[in-house]
Ligand binder design. Structure first.
Ligand SMILES: [Zn+2]
Ligand SMILES: [Zn+2]
Length: 353
């Protein structure tokens, strides 16, 4: 198989030849058709996360080895099955759930693979969709996209699933009670689209970019707030018509955490999703006095991916603007995302598509 791989951190991706995996046991080999380019690919490519206060988490300390074909938003076509893989056949087109773990612990056996403490995520620890082939570990990680556009369906494996799982953590709420979405990039637009598909009406989108705020309005945000400057908290409270009870922070940097936390009313919940990095001083008495909840949300589980796909199949599905680039231009796509020049989502199209 060919791959556009990270050979050295922060150096351009290189086209290399890797052995095509032969599926064993329950494994399924797929040919990549589409693969989304995710912001976390930039962190993997750089090889580190900023933990704040000068602390850095290095990818190689987490067991990530190079060369690596990144890419965890994959739709592929089944090519070959291991002897114990049942439920799919060659030619089937499937979304690949990438957030896989050890396969044997309680989390993995409960269809909550993303909570496994020994992750083997595709495109992170194992080769993903920046290669011509992807190895799924089990047929239950494969979801039939049906009639959904496969380029859009690919984005459900990470960005769609991530926001769906975060949204599930602030629901149920009455449809006209505001839900604040911080960040109107690819994740933010998908959050707005999914909230709308779930019947939610009051959505306040926050972003520092006027262009992204306009995109959020087109996607269905009822109000937008400029995330720059010192009065963001006030502006969020004004847009919500009072203190906010549900905020999803898709950026999750020091600035956004500060203004979002300060906008929370009694019983409010801030769900932290983004990996922008930094740290956040917390006034401890406010937690009990306002009965606040801070919750981290990490991608989602296979059950939630199946729910999201059903939601997309059942009506006007959550759609976001998609820009297609050839898989062979993976490096240019990654650089384009790093430079912030993407509205919606970038998706690589493989030759096999
Ligand atoms: Zn991702
Ligand atoms: Zn496990």
């Amino acid at each position: 198989m060919r791959a556009w791989a990270v050979v050295e951190n922060e150096a351009p991706l290189q086209e290399i030849e890797l052995p095509t995996p032969e599926p064993q046991g329950t494994e399924v080999l797929l040919e990549t058709l589409y693969c989304g380019v995710c912001h976390s690919d930039i962190h993997i490519w750089e090889g580190r996360y900023d933990l704040g206060g000068g602390k850095v988490m290095r990818m190689k300390d987490r067991g990530i080895t190079l060369p690596l074909a990144m890419g965890h938003e994959v739709v592929g076509r089944v090519v070959r099955l291991g002897p114990d893989a049942i439920g799919v056949k060659p030619g089937d087109i499937r979304i690949v759930f990438p957030w896989v773990g050890c396969g044997t612990c309680l989390a993995c056996r409960s269809d909550e693979d993303n909570m496994c403490s020994t992750p083997r995520s595709l495109g992170v620890y194992r080769n993903g969709g920046y290669g011509t082939h992807v190895l799924a570990l089990h047929p239950r990680h494969l979801v039939d996209p049906g009639a959904i556009d496969p380029a859009l369906a690919a984005t459900y494996a990470c960005s769609g699933l991530t926001v769906y799982s975060a949204i599930r953590k602030v629901l149920p709420r009455p449809p006209d009670e505001p839900i604040v979405v911080v960040g109107a990039g690819g994740l933010g637009l998908q959050a707005i689209a999914i909230l709308k598909a779930l019947g939610h009406r009051a959505i306040v989108a926050v972003d520092i970019s006027a262009e992204k705020r306009t995109a959020a309005e087109h996607a269905g945000a009822s109000k937008t707030v400029d995330g720059a400057g010192s009065e963001v908290t006030k502006a969020i409270i004004a847009a919500c018509g009072g203190l906010a009870l549900a905020i999803i922070d898709l950026v999750n940097g020091t600035a956004t955490a500060r203004f979002a936390f300060a906008a929370l009313g009694k019983g409010g919940k801030l769900v932290q999703v983004g990996l922008f990095g930094g740290e956040f001083p917390l006034s401890l008495p406010l937690m009990p006095m306002r009965a606040l909840t801070l919750q981290g949300s990490y991608v989602g589980n296979p059950k939630e991916l199946r729910e999201l796909v059903r939601l997309a199949q059942s009506g006007p599905g959550p759609a976001i603007p998609i820009t297609i680039m050839p898989q062979s231009q993976a490096n240019a796509a990654l650089m384009r995302l790093r430079d912030g020049r993407v509205v919606g989502r970038l998706v690589l199209k493989a030759e096999a598509a």
